[in-house]
Design a binder for this molecule. Structure first.
Ligand code: PMT
Length: 415
């Protein structure tokens, strides 16, 4: 079974490579795109070939590389059909100040610039250059001109640059570029929604060194936050401590440790949200008396008791306060999964609950995949077989969308 979930699968992607030091990173992008099932075609400028050879790209993409102005596609599987006709998306990476300037000013003097002028599919520019060049008035004016013409852009990253300086100008990471490309292909059916997602574990401190936490990696909640944003929603992600990359730069992130901190953050933000999805694994108990100094093992018995007290049940509180908002909980269960999940849905006044069998290997905590059942208040159940967490997130959001549509229909019938 193929578990990869990607809008890039079976797409024809044209990558324009220009002459910047980050050109070598484009090779990695080609590999990642082919792994996702895209067919990749490379067009290089003359300057790009000073940094990396066409042979590298030909080997990685499996297609001939175009680097001459009026080259035909001899021997290629697409014959002499123009590349711009078969492309689904074009991405220029790295995009130098030179290519940005040329296209902004209508110069079409090689294959890449000519193709950009002749293409009607979405074109994404991924700039990378020295900070001073990036900040120069000319580059910024050219960028503005291209934005107004409808081209897509990514902001460069901040950090060490190849020229030895530090600042804005780094190529975004391959994951960020892929996410932006996915985003361009994704239908924006959640525009206007503001979605609050909780993710990851909570951490209850015993003393400055020890804590009570759990095995949640944050992957499920991060996937929901990412896909919701990809589908056009504004997203606030309230997250416990995790060791994975934050999902996107354009999501509001609130980091917390304890269940109390999560509760306070949720209470601060939920009012402005239309949907709340609680994927976090929240500790039900915390230490009654947190020690502010490290507990010493000498001088104590061989048994140390720690008294625990209940944490707030954030989901139950939201169930009482939610008003018109759509509230979705998760249920991490090991036995009688459906019964226990449905009980939680009823008790906490939820619109949907996502039942998770955490006793099963290869899904749930820490895994890249999940298998869940989505239950509504009438007991209707949708079983989602084992899939990547991105895909499970997408299906959960489809269910949220269904609840929205149902409410809309009821409203229309009422009037
Ligand atoms: O993070 P991953 O490694 O990707 O793993 C994903 C997951 C297994 C953590 C996730 O899919 C999941 O099942 N999350 C819910 C975990 C959990 O705490 O389940 P629960 O049955 O104990 O809680 C039920 C619901 O109440 C949850 O939505 C939880 O966020 C919420 N809750 C629980 C306790 C509490 N004090 N306050 C809460 O709001």
């Amino acid at each position: 079974m193929d578990k990869e979930f990607s809008m890039l699968r079976n797409k024809e992607i044209v990558i324009g490579v220009t002459g910047g030091i980050a050109a070598y990173k484009t090779a990695e992008l080609v590999r990642a795109l082919t792994k996702k099932g895209a067919s990749v075609h490379i067009v290089m400028t003359k300057n790009a070939m000073e940094f990396i050879t066409p042979l590298t790209f030909q080997t990685l993409s499996g297609h001939p590389v175009i680097h001459e102005t009026f080259e035909l596609f001899a021997g290629s599987k697409i014959g002499h059909v123009a590349l711009s006709d078969i492309a689904d998306q074009m991405v220029i990476v790295p995009a130098t100040a030179n290519i940005i300037g040329k296209i902004a000013n209508g110069i079409a003097d090689d294959f890449l610039t000519t193709m950009v002028m002749a293409t009607t599919v979405p074109i994404l520019f991924v700039p990378s250059m020295n900070t001073k060049m990036w900040e120069s008035r000319i580059v910024q004016e050219n960028l503005q001109r291209l934005k107004e013409a409808g081209y897509d852009f990514m902001e460069p990253g901040i950090g060490d640059l190849a020229c030895g300086a530090e600042g804005k100008g780094r190529l975004p990471t391959i994951e960020e570029i892929l996410e932006k490309m996915e985003d361009i292909f994704t239908e924006k059916d959640l525009i206007g929604e503001r979605i609050l997602v909780t993710a990851g574990p909570t951490t209850e401190f015993i003393d400055p060194v020890r804590c009570i936490t759990n095995r949640s990696s944050g992957k499920m909640g991060y996937a929901i936050a990412k896909i919701a944003r990809r589908r056009g929603a504004d997203v606030i992600l309230i997250t416990g401590k995790t060791y994975i990359e934050l999902p996107r730069r354009d999501i509001t992130i609130v980091e917390i440790n304890t269940a109390h901190e999560m509760r306070n953050a949720v209470m601060e933000h939920y009012k402005n949200c239309s949907v709340i999805i609680k994927a976090a694994a929240v500790a039900d108990f915390k230490c009654k008396n947190e020690n502010y100094q490290k507990i010493k093992k000498h001088g104590t018995n061989s048994i140390l008791s720690i008294e625990l007290e209940r944490n707030p049940d954030i989901l139950a509180e939201l169930g009482r306060l939610k008003g018109h908002r759509i509230l979705i909980g998760f249920a991490a269960e090991t036995d009688n999964i459906m019964e226990h999940a449905y009980e939680k849905l009823k008790q906490k006044n939820l619109d949907l609950i996502v039942a998770n069998n955490i006793a099963k290997q290869g899904i749930g905590f820490g895994s890249d995949n999940n298998e869940v059942s989505i239950i509504d208040p009438k007991g209707n159940t949708k079983h989602v077989p084992i899939l990547s967490k991105d895909e499970v997130a997408n299906i959960i959001l489809d269910s949220v969308k269904k609840v929205m549509k149902k409410r809309q229909r009821l409203k229309e019938d009422w009037y």
